[in-house]
Design a protein around this ligand. Sequence first.
Ligand SMILES: [Zn+2]
Ligand SMILES: [Zn+2]
Length: 354
Amino acid sequence: MDTKMITLSKIEAKRGMEILMKDIPSINEDEILVKVLAASVCGTDVHIYTWDKWAENRIKKIPQTMGHELAGEVVKIGKRVNTLKIGDIVSAETHIVCGVCEFCLTGRAHICINTSVLGVDRDGAFAQYIAIPAVNAWKNDPSIPPEYLSIQEPLGNAVHTVLAQDVIGKTVAIVGVGPIGIMAVDVAKAVGASRVFAIDVNAYRLDLAKKIGADVCLNALDGDIVQRVKDLTDGAGVDVVCEMSGNGIALNQALEYLKLGGHLSILGVPTKKIEIDVTNHIVFKGITIHGITGRKMYETWFQVKGLIQSGKLHLKDIVTHKLHYSEYEKAMSLMESGNCGKIVLMFNQEKSND
Ligand SMILES: [Zn+2]
Ligand SMILES: [Zn+2]
């Protein structure tokens, strides 16, 4: 095996990402080495690429290999690893947790206080190889193409958000139909929501939501969105809102068109504090709010696996772009434009035209 590998790395504390040759990582006794086949692009990668305030405060080590959503082949296993073998096709839970804190010990490892994240706190998946703890590897069905396997981690975010409450037979609004919102539309439909509303300000994304199966697609910039949602629900509002936009105005509108006693799951992360009417929109409406971070480890992963096996998800439509890793600049500008679903970068294969 070669000793060097190609990575897409952050090399300077400013906008950008570059191809950087690095040593193929060595592994410790509890880790595996994965030959990356596909790595999808996440909003987090865009934050790091554009080098916004969040990235500036969060990224401690440069140069750092970016990316965290992957599918690849196990090519080396540590001495103490007995759950995987060479040749297995794996993805990864990107939260590396301690296993011993109060939260890990009570089945809530997704809020572990000692979490470190692939591609954020340590070298990530935009590379030919990545070392990960064996315990974080998720063994895949090798008959599924790697570009679909790589999106299970963000799909897990969508599943965690939608299934935080009962949605069967309920009206569900997905606010912000970027890649994870699109997946949330798909999940809500697959598990039996009665009607799914997709709300966004981007026409491309609303069209994609329609294609995936959203029952109602609304551009929040067209007229009074609160009134329109109420009109479409006999004045009652929707039972469930999944907030994925991180936008304060959208959140306040959602609190207005959420039905009395409804559920609000928030995955979107606003960049600043938001003022909300606690008295009238939370207390007297008797609503329940869920903060969603990461994926339940590993309940969510089993749900993702089951949903993929059910054949009810539209993975082919969700992955709108499959690009060779060298086309990373195109990937980033598409992500910044919002005119895409999930973008997957392919590693360790020839550049093709599909
Ligand atoms: Zn991600
Ligand atoms: Zn922990």
